[in-house]
Design a protein around this ligand. Structure first.
Ligand code: FEO
Length: 169
């Protein structure tokens, strides 16, 4: 049985996963508007990944008979200053998510809730990969600066990303 405190925090995390999906949908819309179609497609796949993260948690909470009261999902902005800005904001968001997951892991550990702790470690590991990917993209964008051809090449490269359900690994 998951403690009431942890149940509440996990439902908040579930909400954050869907909010992340929504955030990336907004980022995809921004990139599309600016003509960065590869980046737009990259963020759409990121959106799908977040939905998968949310579903994994949803399924766990259902399996653990947690009463699901789903709060509303906060709105997101769709305006950014540049391609660099949008990826920087994505990284800052993921860093915040990583902190939240660490806090959740601390609670699960403190409560000796091994099942929840195990589940959370999957998310913690996933965060390392997400942050590393975003940092690499940011580094590439910084390298080319305002060079149009450089940005075009990066955008084209980002268009090659395909969705692979992260919860199956
Ligand atoms: Fe589900 Fe990108 O954290």
């Amino acid at each position: 049985m998951i403690s009431k405190e942890l149940q509440k925090a996990l439902i908040e995390q579930l909400n954050k996963e869907y909010h992340s999906a929504y955030l990336y949908l907004g980022m995809s819309a921004y990139c599309s508007k600016e003509g960065f179609n590869g980046s737009s497609s990259w963020f759409l796949i990121q959106y799908q990944e977040e939905i998968a993260h949310g579903m994994k948690l949803f399924k766990y909470l259902e399996d653990q008979d947690v009463e699901l009261k789903l709060p509303s999902i906060e709105g997101v902005k769709v305006e950014y200053n540049s391609l660099l800005d949008v990826f920087k904001k994505a990284l800052a968001h993921e860093q915040k998510m990583s902190k939240n997951l660490n806090i959740l892991s601390d609670i699960a550990m403190r409560e000796k809730d091994h099942a929840t702790y195990n589940l959370l470690q999957w998310y913690v590991t996933e965060q390392v990969e997400e942050e590393a990917t975003l940092k690499e993209i940011i580094d590439h964008i910084k390298l080319v600066g305002d060079n149009g051809y450089g940005l075009y090449t990066i955008d084209k490269e980002l268009s090659t990303r395909v969705f692979s359900d992260p919860t199956t690994k």
